[in-house]
Write a protein that binds this ligand. Structure first.
Ligand code: SF4
Ligand code: SF4
Length: 171
């Protein structure tokens, strides 16, 4: 669609590109000045911006940060999940797949025969954690490295999700 509200010079965007370059350069030189002053022991009001040397260096995450899921376990290392399907139902991405089975212990109605999450389509909303009545699923492993070369590699099964408890202190 033709935009008649812009003049010929505005449509070239030269002025806007130059404005962007000036702003970026301004921040670059201001930051460099702070680093040079700090290098010579001069204290400045603000610290110079630094690039974190990831993965050797890691940024501290907020306690509210949602990251790789885990299925919490009971004292006998069985999953706390009672296969109530609340998480599967509320999940907006429809990426939780649970198959429920009768639990041998009559005090526990059901257990997940299988519990899969496809993190390739998960939107990290945390609704599954909020909906769970058993505190059986959490997103507090602080693990962010979940990239995979394949879509299949983004699918996590029950055993893998339970194994993620190793990233956290014992409950
Ligand atoms: S974080 Fe959200 S999208 Fe991901 S599995 Fe849980 S409910 Fe689904
Ligand atoms: S993880 Fe929680 S909400 Fe999901 S099926 Fe198990 S008990 Fe229900």
């Amino acid at each position: 669609m033709k935009n008649d509200s812009l003049s010929f010079w505005e449509r070239l965007y030269i002025k806007e590109v130059l404005k962007g370059l000036i702003l970026t350069s301004k921040h670059f030189f201001q930051n460099m000045k702070v680093h040079i002053l700090n290098l010579f022991g001069v204290k400045t009001e603000r610290k110079g911006a630094v690039t974190i040397q990831y993965p050797e260096e890691k940024k501290s995450l907020s306690t509210r940060h949602r990251n790789l899921h885990r299925l919490t376990v009971r004292e006998d290392d069985s999953p706390r999940c009672v296969a109530c399907m609340m998480c599967e139902t509320i999940c907006p991405a429809k990426c939780i797949y649970i198959v429920a089975g009768e639990h041998p212990d009559p005090s526990i109605e059901k257990y997940p025969v299988s519990f899969d999450i496809d993190l390739g389509i998960c939107v990290y909303c945390g609704f599954c954690v909020e909906a769970c009545p058993e505190d059986a699923i959490r997103m507090d492993t602080r693990m962010l490295e979940i990239a995979s070369y394949s879509r299949e590699g983004m699918k996590y099964n029950k055993e893998m999700l339970m194994d993620h408890n190793k990233y956290c202190k014992k409950d």
